[in-house]
Ligand binder design. Structure first.
Ligand code: PLP
Length: 422
């Protein structure tokens, strides 16, 4: 391919060679034939290397819930980097980490009051697994080494069936059928033994695999079974957390309190890489109190855990969410947003629409192979001026909470035009 001129950057950059960067979760050959580069962002929009304005339908990657390039966050990060750029996170600390842990704990359900920082959603899940193992070990149940997750989720290991049932097609909010799918967890208990499972991981709404809203009663049933068998219930709220479902966490929206919550993405509005794990007091106490004095109680951590710049970004982000009441704004906009998304169901190519809060999935009928049309659709939408994350043949819409009704209308009309071509 030829050189790509990045007209809008201060750097006046010309990219001669795109091959060296091996891009994640990307069709590298297609991208490098037809690069879709962003060079600037502000509020609800990105700008491409050729100066085209693109409306952001997915908050970047579910990250930028307060809109892009918030000056409050940029200033906080810049000031932090000029004051204290790095602190070792082992045996040393800095005030921002403690302040951010307080801020996060104020948003998690009561009782989940201890926060372990890491750098991404993946590390948050790793950390939660290690916490679960350490917790059981401290209770002399070190034989609990199995982890259970769910199909069509972000996690590996033993799988519960997913909850995408044809009976719930085109249901707005929680599906009517399927709570009994939670009983799969009891089946695993019978399969591997009563005291062998350490934890079960589920996203309250499975986000990146296509927005699978739980059936009514499903999460409650998982809670019940987990408690009965001493299994830790982990909600992966990497996507759902920080207002996406109308409350700070989906645990609150659905009225089910897990033992551990993993989070990342919107914690810093995407401005710095950061993840975190919130745990119940009893888990923290069990691990910390069981260890001998004089050594780290939990042998786990990352060089960049609670990085000062990430903490500064997190604190500035939480302050924006608070002062602008963005979770309430998202909750108020949700009805209008879901109306716009569910209105697409009359298109012949649309096979399902699902949604809750400020998260919706529009599934289109597959083309010659699963995922091909979805890939095409996101490219078509990009060319029309809408950035959307797709997985398989599902367009996943997750606008920032600062979106106006006009932005939502535009998202609806661009989706309609692009999908109508099938
Ligand atoms: N958990 C969930 C539910 C996710 O959706 C993702 C990424 O989208 C992750 C974990 C991994 O997060 P990260 O990409 O920050 O490692």
């Amino acid at each position: 391919m030829g050189a790509v001129a990045c007209a809008e950057t201060d750097m006046d950059m010309t990219l001669e060679n795109l091959e060296r960067h091996w891009m994640p979760f990307t069709n590298n050959r297609e991208f490098k034939r037809e690069p879709r580069l962003f060079v600037r962002a502000s509020g609800m929009h990105y700008w491409t290397a050729t100066g085209r304005k693109v409306l952001d339908g997915s908050s970047g990657l579910f990250t930028s819930a307060a809109g892009h390039c918030r000056p409050e966050i940029a200033t906080a990060v810049a000031q932090q980097l000029q004051t204290l750029d790095f602190t070792p996170s082992f045996m040393r600390g800095h005030p921002g980490a403690f302040a951010l842990a307080d801020g996060v704990a104020a948003l998690t359900p009561p009782g989940l009051d201890h926060v372990f920082f890491c750098n991404s959603g993946s590390e948050a899940v790793d950390t939660a697994m290690k916490i679960a193992l350490a917790y059981h070990l401290a209770r002399n149940e070190g034989q609990r080494s199995y982890f259970v997750s769910r199909e069509r989720a972000y996690h590996g290991v033993l799988h519960l069936r997913h909850t995408l049932l044809p009976e719930n097609r085109l249901t707005r909010g929680l599906g009517r059928t399927g709570a009994e799918l939670a009983d799969d967890l009891s089946r695993f208990v019978n399969l591997v033994g009563e005291k062998r499972i350490a934890a079960v991981f589920v996203e309250p709404i499975a986000g990146s695999t296509g927005v699978l809203v739980p059936p009514r009663g499903y999460l409650e049933r998982l809670r019940e079974i987990s408690t009965r068998y001493g299994i830790l219930l982990v909600f992966d709220e990497v996507i759902c957390g920080f207002g996406r479902t109308g409350e700070p966490f989906a645990a609150t929206s659905f009225g089910v309190t897990p033992d551990i919550i993993t989070m990342a993405k919107a914690l810093t509005n995407g401005a710095q890489p950061m993840g975190a794990v919130a745990v119940r007091d009893s888990i923290y106490r069990t691990i910390v109190d069981a260890a001998p004095d004089g050594a780290p109680e939990f042998f786990h951590g990352y060089t960049y855990s609670a990085h000062p710049a990430a903490c500064a970004a997190g604190l500035a982000t939480l302050e924006i969410y608070r002062s602008e009441q963005l979770f309430a704004k998202g909750r108020e906009l949700s009805g209008y947003f879901l109306d716009a998304m569910f209105a697409l169901q009359d298109l012949p190519a649309v096979s399902d629409v699902r949604g809750f809060g400020m998260l919706a999935g529009i599934e289109i009928k597959p083309g010659k192979a699963p995922g091909v049309r979805g890939g095409e659709l996101q490219a078509k939408l990009f060319d029309r001026g809408l950035h959307v994350k797709t997985t398989g043949d599902v367009a996943i819409m997750a606008p920032a909470f600062i979106a106006s009704r006009a932005d939502i209308d535009l998202m609806g009309s661009m989706l309609r035009e692009a999908i109508a071509e099938y």
